[in-house]
Structure formats: structure tokens, C-alpha cells
Design a protein around this ligand. Structure first.
Ligand code: NAD
Length: 509
């Protein structure tokens, strides 16, 4: 297997190397995870919560140091690393501490009268070994949050972080080693695509994948061979709709932050802006002024840091160059030096849906803006995409904002804000269309790491049931009578039904 280089993308400094795990090591990790599941799966949720609490304490104590290391491995601004990787993770742990026991507790559900006196309940059982495969843009949080969600639900976990930010993979491994836990409930494998493929081939009981649409499809196809359930958190091309009555200064601030935070390398970045034509000139003036004021440079001194992945720079460059060649105007930025990891925050106007910049995920610090004249047109443009991860609607009219929000084909929508729906651990998160399959976070998201086992419990006192053998004519009469009474237009029992019911009743004991 190959060797990964730990490099600071902003400075180019090489901080070390790391050996990729071999297929045999992946196989061994799976064996250890299966053994560990034997115990962890039956550990009470309260004990699992205790482990998470210790992790939270460690995270909070070492948060700034961890954020600095994440910043060095990604080129992101240290404050952003702290807010989005450390704070969000600690907040999610707190959410589980408060709610996991309730969300995973067995739930009684009603039983229809025809099944009386049985009782019904749902039990959330752990699945086994969960494989978490994660990307490089929020390499800490997008690894640790799914890992902890799987763990608290009673699974053991094998994590394969991104090979683009291997230093963060090492950091996560150290974190799990620093906080005492039952052996092998969580293991970290290092490496790229081949290690990911080997992990899928080792047949985990669930795959939780965050990354690109292209990889998501490959993983789903490989998982399909063994019907392994997959959850896919994929890319986006998030639209921002600025209606005529929006608070324009807030909208402009939101657009600038939403497009340029983490250098635009956010699955929920503002990647397309649609502004009502009447407020467009003022909106454009404001976003230009605010973008021009951003401090761009080394992550310890700036508001916009470097890019993380050299490959991504090629895609961003290609999208911008194609847009400019087709008639777009660079209101700010737009020209990139041949090498280097810093891309200037760029505002484009004159863009159309015939350009990649409005159709494909760019994942860089680019803010393309179009106008619209009617609400219907804005909705049509926003939905004209294969993606559906997040979106935002800006208006001071609550009813109007909600009306537009609910017509967007999107897994998440923010009103008068961007990206932030992810920050509330009560809200399920995930995409529609090509942005993914499944939800994590919120009660649904935690239960997604379990099998919902339905139990129906009969007291077991009767010798048979009315639907069992031997079949009789009375059963037919009884079921027709029951169907008409329970589901028909108000018909009640006639004497024939009553007689059949009485005869059947006697046969039960
Ligand atoms: P990627 O798909 O290239 O890689 C993601 C992970 O998959 C990496 O760990 C990689 O090693 C692994 N991998 C690659 N090929 C594999 C294979 N065949 N089998 C198993 N594993 C394989 O994605 P990326 O470039 O790291 O991340 C950027 C993408 O992630 C963007 O599209 C972004 O929008 C998306 N993303 C989505 C979310 C979300 O929550 N929806 C969050 C962050 C990023």
C-alpha cells in the first residue's frame, strides 16, 4: 500500500508521512470490530453516554489545540476550525447526552382492535459494525459526529478518513486513544480509495458515506452486491433566493459568508444566488463592498484561508474560465495565478444555466449572481439542478418565505440564514435528488444507525387465532362482517355475523 504525506496546504510544509493500511489490516480491523460488538451492542445506553461525556470533556479541554492542528492540515481559518469542527461536535455530544436514551428507548405503539389483546412495540437494536467514510472539507466533524452517532446507538465503528487530510485522521485516532473506552469499539484506517473499497468489501453492517456524488454511486453499487444499507451525504449546488422584501444588508452579509467560509469548500456553500431584479443593484453593491473588505491569506491571520485540495482548484478554475468565456463578468476576483493554494473570493454576474458554474458543484470561493422577476421564476431556477442539499430564502414576510421554502426540492432550507440548519442537532440532515440518501442527526438520524425491530406480543393463552387453520365458512362470514363494520360506510353487525363470531370465539379456547 502507498504512503500518505501530511502537508500544510497553506504553507506547503510537510509534517510527516503515514503508511496506508493494507487489505489484511482492513480485514483484521473488521474481525476486531465484530468481537467488540458482542459486548458494546448490549452495553446500556447510559454507559455509552458516559463514554461520550468523557470525550466531550477531552474535546473542550483540548479544543483550541485541536482546531489549530485541523487548521494546519486543511488551510482553514483556525476560528472556523474551532466553530465548525470542535463546537459543533461538542454540541452534538451534549445533545446525545440529553436525548439518546429517550430516542433509543423502546416505543409502544397502538394495536388495531382486530388484533386484540396483543401489544405492539418498536425496539431500536444496533446494526453491528458501521463503516464511516469521510471527506476532507470538514475532516474532523464529518468523521467524529457519524462515528459517535453509530457508537451511541450500540454499533462498533471503523472510520476511514480522507487521504487528502491524513493529519486529521491521525488526530482523530489520537482522540479515541486518549479517552478510555472498551477495546476496538472504534478503529481508524488510513488511506485512499483502495482502503475505502477494501472496507466496503469487508462487509460492514452499514456504510455511512460523506463525499462526492460520483464516489457515492460507486459505493452504493459495491454495497448492493451484499445488500449493505448505505447512507449517502453527497454534494450540493445550493441556491439562495433573495426576494424583493429581504433585509438586504443581512442577505448580503449572509451571501458573502455562505459563499466564502471555508474557502467555499462546504457541501452547503451558497453556490448560486437569485436576486429580485428590483433590489439587484443594491445587493450587488453590498456584496462587492463586503467581499472586497475580507482578509484573505494565511489561516492564522485571515478570514478566508487557503484551499485544501489541489485537485479541487482545477475544478474551480475550469468553472470560472468557462463562465468568463461564455460571457460572465468577474465583478471581483476571477483571475487565478497558475500555482498556489489561494483562490481570491470571486463574484460573477451575467451567468446563465448554460454554464457549469450554475450547474455543477464548484466547491470554491465563487459567488455567481442572477436576477429574477417573479417568485415562480426564482423557484424554477432554484430547482433546475440535479442537487438538493440545502437552500436559503430571504424575505421579511414569514408566510411568503415559508411558501417559497416548501416549494424547493431540498433536504434542508434556511430562512434568512445560510448553512445553519446543520448546526441544530435536533434537525435531521440529508439531501434529496443527487445530494444523497438518508438522514442523520435528529431522532430519525440516530435511529438510522439501528434496526427498528417490531415486536407484537400475544399473551399466549388461547389455543388458536381466528385467522389460523382449520378454515371454516364462519371465518369467511366473520371477516366480511368485520371488514364492513370496521372499514365500510357505518354498517353494523347482523345476526349472521354475530352467530359466526360466537362460533369462532368458542374455537379459540
Ligand atoms: P470523495 O468522494 O472524493 O471522497 C470521500 C471519501 O471516499 C474519501 O475518504 C475517499 O478516500 C473515499 N473513497 C473514494 N473512492 C472510494 C471508493 N470507491 N470506495 C470507498 N471509498 C472511497 O469526496 P471528497 O472530495 O473527499 O469530498 C468532497 C465532496 O463531499 C463534495 O462533493 C462535497 O459536497 C461532499 N460533502 C458532502 C457533505 C454532506 O453532508 N452532504 C458534507 C461534506 C462534503
Amino acid at each position: 500500500m502507498g504512503t500518505l504525506t501530511l502537508r500544510n496546504p497553506a504553507t506547503g510544509e510537510v509534517m510527516g508521512t503515514l503508511q496506508e493500511n493494507s487489505p489484511e489490516e482492513v480485514h483484521k480491523a473488521m474481525e476486531r470490530a465484530r468481537l467488540a460488538f458482542g459486548h458494546w451492542g448490549s452495553t446500556p445506553v447510559s454507559a455509552r453516554v458516559h463514554y461520550l461525556r468523557n470525550l466531550r470533556h477531552y474535546l473542550v479541554e483540548h479544543g483550541e489545540e485541536l482546531a489549530k492542528k485541523i487548521s494546519e492540515a486543511t488551510g482553514k481559518v483556525a476560528l472556523e476550525a474551532y466553530m465548525t469542527e470542535i463546537f459543533v461536535t461538542a454540541d452534538t455530544i451534549r445533545f446525545y447526552e440529553k436525548n439518546a436514551e429517550r430516542m433509543l428507548a423502546p416505543r409502544k405503539v397502538p394495536t388495531p382492535i382486530a388484533l386484540s389483546p396483543k401489544k405492539s412495540s418498536i425496539h431500536y437494536q444496533p446494526m453491528g459494525v458501521v463503516a464511516v467514510i469521510s471527506p476532507w472539507n470538514y475532516p474532523f466533524q464529518l468523521s467524529v459526529v457519524p462515528v459517535l452517532s453509530a457508537l451511541i446507538a450500540g454499533n462498533t465503528v471503523i472510520l476511514k478518513p480522507s487521504e487528502i487530510t491524513p493529519g486529521v485522521g491521525v488526530l482523530i485516532e489520537e482522540l479515541f486513544q486518549a479517552v478510555p473506552a472498551p477495546q476496538h469499539i472504534v478503529q481508524v484506517l488510513h488511506g485512499g480509495r483502495q482502503v475505502g473499497q477494501a472496507l466496503v468489501a469487508a462487509r460492514p453492517d452499514k456504510i455511512f458515506f460523506t463525499g462526492s456524488v460520483a464516489t457515492g454511486k460507486k459505493i452504493m453499487a459495491q454495497a448492493a452486491e451484499h445488500l449493505i444499507p448505505v447512507e449517502l451525504e453527497l454534494g450540493g449546488k445550493d441556491p439562495m433566493i433573495v426576494l424583493e422584501d429581504a433585509h438586504l444588508e443581512r442577505a448580503a452579509n449572509g451571501a458573502v459568508w455562505g459563499a466564502f467560509t471555508n474557502s467555499g469548500q462546504v457541501c452547503m456553500s451558497v453556490e448560486r444566488v437569485y436576486v429580485h431584479e428590483r433590489v439587484y443593484p443594491e445587493f450587488l453593491r453590498l456584496v462587492k463592498e463586503k467581499t472586497a473588505a475580507l482578509r484573505h491569506g494565511f489561516p492564522d491571520q485571515a478570514e478566508v484561508g487557503s484551499m485544501t485540495s489541489p485537485q479541487q482548484i482545477g475544478i474551480v478554475r475550469q468553472h470560472v474560465e468557462e463562465a468568463l468565456a461564455k460571457g460572465a463578468i468577474a465583478e471581483l476576483g476571477g483571475s487565478f495565478s497558475e500555482d498556489g493554494m489561494f483562490l481570491p473570493p470571486t463574484i460573477l454576474t451575467g451567468v446563465t444555466h448554460e454554464m457549469k458554474i450554475m450547474r455543477e458543484e464548484t466547491f470554491g470561493p465563487i459567488l455567481p449572481i442572477m436576477t429574477f422577476s417573479t417568485e415562480e421564476e426564482a423557484i424554477r431556477l432554484a430547482n433546475d439542478t440535479p442537487y438538493g442539499l440545502n437552500a436559503s430564502v430571504w424575505s421579511q414576510n414569514k408566510a411568503k418565505a415559508k411558501r417559497v421554502a416548501l416549494q424547493l426540492e431540498s433536504g434542508n432550507v434556511c430562512i434568512n440564514d445560510v448553512i445553519i440548519s446543520f448546526a441544530n442537532p435536533n434537525l435531521p440532515f440529508g439531501g434529496v435528488k443527487q445530494s444523497g440518501i438518508g438522514r442523520y442527526r435528529g431522532p430519525e438520524g440516530l435511529q438510522a444507525f439501528t434496526h427498528a425491530v417490531s415486536i407484537i406480543h400475544d399473551p399466549g393463552k388461547k389455543k388458536r387465532e381466528i385467522n389460523w387453520y382449520p378454515y371454516t365458512e364462519e371465518q369467511q362470514t366473520l371477516f366480511v362482517g368485520l371488514t364492513k363494520t370496521l372499514f365500510g360506510k357505518g354498517q353494523t353487525w347482523n345476526s349472521r355475523n354475530l352467530l359466526a363470531a360466537w362460533r369462532e370465539w368458542k374455537r379459540l379456547f
